[in-house]
Write a protein that binds this ligand. Structure first.
Ligand code: EPZ
Length: 420
């Protein structure tokens, strides 16, 4: 078993280069199934979710060549099966994008129910509603999803809930459908715009991504023969911004889009941090204990749920009492018990957590319950006095490229250790 051993406290300083966005990349890879040809994707994050996505595509018949650690060329000319491998698809959430992509490409898909972080109920009713509106028949039986469509025909679709996954998935299914699809009440996250930009580069006709109405004019074919670079990871950037604040550090993040970071920047200023915005890089620094603040997570452009645990570390060290209201996921406060082992004073009740700020955290053995909880614990361990051992690293490795190396480069005393 592997663990991260962090010895603190350390004031993080220096430069970090932000990787390509995990949540964009895990949608771009299945989106290549819509292309009858070859394309190259660059700035891919080197994380386990991407490696699994590539394995799945290969099992479906795609040919993948790694050009470098962050670039692949995919040939999806010959897709030989519509049955996705159960053992691989159950390992992560984004395997649900195979449904939209394969319905578009082959009119058929059989895939296991998606896995991923345990954040409470994660229904896919809005995805199914969208596919059925386009003319597909989707059934869920014994842990498997079966989708079939003789023909997909564009139509207006209203999402009852703002859902990242359903917006992207329905967009994938609609790209090769006949006629025009409009998705109303669409999610607006940067990765939705990225998937639309990718598909448009390959010949799709998608307009309005990034607003709450997306219009997709179906096209006959996607041509491929193009190179696309994945958007910088908003959440990885936010993680390091909050690491700078929690450790009273001074970090400059390279390769980010600061427009995507506005809700985080605003909260950092509210807690007393400093931000200098250079458009494609950002400097964040802190020279005192954070002020208290209240947070409510919301779909983009609101404060992202995927940065809620990292913000929780900052508020646990805040000067006063703070409240976080988690409005997206019902169980995203599991990390608070781990922070309490480190001396934090947090009471979580349902979707609300109350933070009584403490002056210091102390090292302890802790367990990462999900991806972002794991990142929060790395930040907490760096800020805390003494030794923190973080277990369950498979969650962190799914979404952060080389987290210990990136933290070490900015001064953290962090090591990955294999335990018998
Ligand atoms: C995406 O999950 C991200 N995952 C999550 O990131 C992120 O937390 C989430 O969006 C919100 O930003 C990927 O992109 C792979 P949703 P997704 O559909 O698409 C409800 C991380 O740490 N809902 O936007 O699954 C749902 O229960 C991960 O990187 C329905 O009710 O999230 C939730 O309350 C964790 N029916 C809300 O909508 C549906 O059909 C938003 O979920 C779909 C969703």
């Amino acid at each position: 078993m592997e663990k991260l051993v962090v010895t603190g406290p350390t004031r993080l300083t220096g430069e970090v280069t932000i990787s390509g966005a995990k949540n964009a990349a895990v949608a771009l890879l299945p989106a290549t199934l819509l292309i009858d040809g070859v394309c190259t994707i660059e700035n891919l994050p080197n994380i386990s979710d991407i490696k699994i996505s590539c394995e799945i595509l290969e099992k479906l018949g795609a040919k993948i060549t790694w050009n470098s650690k962050h670039s692949i060329t995919i040939d999806t000319t010959n897709i030989t099966t519509t049955k996705a491998p159960l053992d691989l698809t159950s390992k992560f959430r984004a395997s649900y994008y195979l449904i939209g992509a394969m319905l578009g490409r082959k009119g058929e898909i059989e895939v296991g129910m998606p896995g991923g972080c345990k954040l409470g109920a994660r229904p896919i009713d809005q995805h199914i509603k969208g596919f059925e509106a386009l003319g597909a028949n989707v059934t869920v039986e014994k842990g498997k999803i079966y989708g079939k469509a003789d023909k997909l025909v564009g139509c207006p679709i209203y999402m009852d809930i703002v859902s990242v996954g359903a917006t992207i998935n329905v967009m994938l299914a609609a790209v090769l459908a006949k006629g025009t699809t409009t998705i109303d009440n669409a999610a607006k996250e940067p990765h939705i715009v990225d998937v639309a930009n990718f598909l448009n580069t390959m010949g799709a006709d998608i307009r309005g991504a990034g607003t709450d109405v997306i219009k997709i004019n179906g096209v006959e074919k996607l041509h491929g023969n193009a190179t696309y670079s994945v958007v910088p990871d908003q959440i990885e950037a936010g993680t390091f911004m909050l690491a700078a604040i929690a450790t009273k550090g001074d970090l400059t993040l390279k390769n980010c889009i600061t427009k995507h970071l506005e809700s985080i920047t605003a909260k950092i200023i509210e807690v007393g941090g400093n931000v200098e915005d250079y458009g494609d890089s950002i400097r964040v620094w802190m020279d005192k204990r954070p002020n208290k603040a209240n947070i409510k997570t919301l779909p983009y452009p609101g404060f992202p749920t995927d940065l809620q645990p990292q913000m929780g570390v900052v508020l646990s060290l805040g000067n006063g009492n703070s409240i976080i209201n988690e409005s997206i996921w019902e169980s995203r406060f599991q990390y608070t018990e781990e922070l309490n082992r480190m001396g934090a004073k947090i009471t979580a009740q349902g979707k609300t957590a109350f933070f009584e700020g403490v002056e210091k955290l102390y090292g302890a053995p802790v367990y990462s319950s999900d991806l972002r909880a794991g990142a929060a614990l790395v930040i907490a361990g760096t800020a805390a006095e003494g030794i923190t051992e973080i277990y369950n690293l498979q969650h962190i490795d799914r979404g952060y490229e080389n987290i210990e190396e990136k933290f070490r480069k900015i001064g953290a005393n962090i090591e990955r250790v294999t335990e018998e």
